[in-house]
Design a protein around this ligand. Structure first.
Ligand code: NDP
Length: 486
């Protein structure tokens, strides 16, 4: 029996106005794609078609890059940092004003719970623009000399797991630094990027400073291969990251890549267990596990394994899965049929390799893409579920006896994006943080983000940082090495 019964508490859909179709946002206007191709975007929780979106081809990419180049040379690179900052503050304020609408739109298009878009995604989006607005006239303090310069035109490609937040991580620092951008959102989640295009119009941002080209992987490839972009920023799979790294090799184009992860969340026997359980849930079941830094490998000290796993299962049984528009929902829909198939396949592989599978007993809706919170025990380091990114609500539990063993197991991965450590000993936290090969290490918490904190990985998790001074520096070049803007 459920601990509490919840009445439905649906957020109203009436705050959003989704157009039947959208064009490409190039040079400050919505324009039709040259070859007229379009695709649909659906709501993953109901499979309802939300809108038709333009698919950008070669000529559209050329036009978008040209618009960005011209806005860079004629307007944006000539403007003072203080003036650029005003535009960014204006965008930030509009995002804050329209936050409810953006949260609803994101939830409809992505499938994630409204509680997360309302309380996490959209507030962080606004925070990123406010934070970078403040930097725009202080670039001399980034650490690249007194007068660092922008790269020029930045091509930005983002995934579907945090659509508007990933846009903010990319667009805000690029504009603050004086670059113009061409951004491609993911095929399954284009709507909030298109709403952002409207926000650029509302803020009177000069035409061509931000261009949004929708489309699939092929559109992304065309953008990456454009000879007139100076900088590429990508977030997504390691596989596509490799293709991009190959494409920029031998070109003067700079690239930052934020790729996959297989983070260890390490629980020592002196950890506050109740808090750690919440941290495990937040670490891997937040956003249906569609999180590159998710704590998908739980490393628990052997003596408390049974206690932790029992408590975790009890907690997972209380999570509410269902309509993402309901304010009480904890677990929303999987973003696409393709991603659901991948999660199912990897979970079947886990069982076939000998791990023990447990899933929370929740009723899955008839329509849409759903997967219950799932925990694998008896997992060995060699199992694929312990090595490969699943990108779904699936946790693998492994054990350790000593801090050295925990560290060796945590670092035994081709990735290195994030890690978590739970213990009451400050000295152990510092020792672990010093030796973990991960870009971010959380102590007695997990999945906390702030615009001022750099985020990024080691090894196959990519290179470069986003956020903070380091993230901003990735959009600048030191004055002495800068070529004159074309
Ligand atoms: P992708 O890496 O394919 O997608 C990320 C972005 O890159 C999307 O906008 C995508 O377009 C675009 N893209 C795809 N192919 C190319 C290309 N050749 N050149 C340039 N851009 C391209 O991730 P998927 O959505 O396919 O997800 C697959 C797996 O990747 C997941 O199961 C997960 O493990 C991992 N992943 C990791 C993310 C992270 O944040 N680290 C985010 C997303 C996925 P489009 O989507 O429109 O095809």
């Amino acid at each position: 029996m459920a601990l509490f019964e919840y009445s439905p508490a649906p957020e109203s859909r009436s705050v959003v106005d989704i157009a039947e179709s959208y064009g490409l946002f190039i040079g400050g206007e919505f324009v039709e794609p040259t070859d007229g191709r379009r695709f649909t975007t659906i709501s993953p929780s109901s499979e309802e078609v939300l809108s038709e979106v333009a698919e950008a081809g070669q000529l559209d990419i050329d036009a978008a890059v040209q618009a960005a180049r011209s806005a860079y040379s004629r307007t944006w690179s000539r403007m003072s940092g203080r003036e650029r900052g005003k535009y960014l503050f204006r965008i930030a304020r509009i995002i804050a004003e329209r936050s409810r609408e953006l949260a609803v739109l994101e939830t409809l298009d992505n499938g994630k719970p409204i509680r997360e878009t309302r309380d996490v995604d959209i507030p962080l989006v606004a925070a990123h623009f406010f934070y970078h607005a403040g930097w725009a006239d202080k670039l001399g303090y980034v650490g690249l000399g007194p007068n660092p310069r922008p790269h020029g035109v930045a091509a930005q490609i983002i995934p579907w797991n945090f659509p508007l937040l990933m846009l903010a991580w990319k667009v805000a620092p690029a504009l603050a630094a004086g670059n113009t951008v061409v951004l491609k959102p993911a095929e399954t989640t284009p709507l909030t990027a298109l709403a952002f295009a409207e926000i650029c119009q509302q803020a009177d941002l000069p035409a061509g400073v931000v261009n949004i080209v929708t489309g699939g992987g092929e559109t992304g490839r065309l953008l990456v291969e454009s000879s007139d972009v100076d900088k590429i920023a990508f977030t997504g799979s390691t596989e596509v990251g490799r293709l991009i790294a190959r494409s920029v090799a031998g070109r003067p184009t700079r690239a930052t890549l934020e790729l996959g992860g297989k983070a260890a969340n390490i629980i020592f026997d002196d950890a506050p267990i109740d808090q750690a359980i919440e941290g495990i849930v937040r670490g891997v079941f937040f956003n249906q596990g569609h999180v590159c830094c998710a704590g998908t490998r739980l490393l628990v000290q052997e003596s408390i394994e049974a206690e932790v796993v029992d408590a975790l299962k009890r907690r997972l049984a209380t999570l509410r899965l269902g309509d993402p528009m309901d304010k009480n929902t904890d677990i929303g829909a999987i973003n696409s049929a393709v991603q659901l198939a991948r999660i199912r396949e990897m979970s079947d592989v886990g069982e076939a390799e000998g791990a023990t599978r447990w899933s929370a007993a929740c009723t899955l809706p008839d329509r849409g893409f759903w997967f219950p919170p799932t925990v694998f025990t008896d997992v060995a380091q060699t199992h694929r579920i312990a090595r490969e990114e699943i990108f779904g609500p699936v946790l693998s539990v492994l054990t350790f006896r000593t801090p050295e063993e925990a560290l060796a197991k945590a670092n035994n991965t081709p990735y290195g994006l994030s890690a978590g450590v739970w213990t009451e000993k400050g000295s152990r936290i510092l020792w672990m943080a010093q030796h973990l090969r991960a870009g971010v290490v959380w102590a007695n918490t997990f999945n906390h983000f702030d615009p001022s904190s750099p985020f990024g990985g080691y090894k196959e998790s990519g290179y470069g940082r986003e956020g903070g001074r380091h993230g901003l520096a990735a959009y600048l070049v030191a004055d002495e090495t800068t070529e004159v803007a074309r």
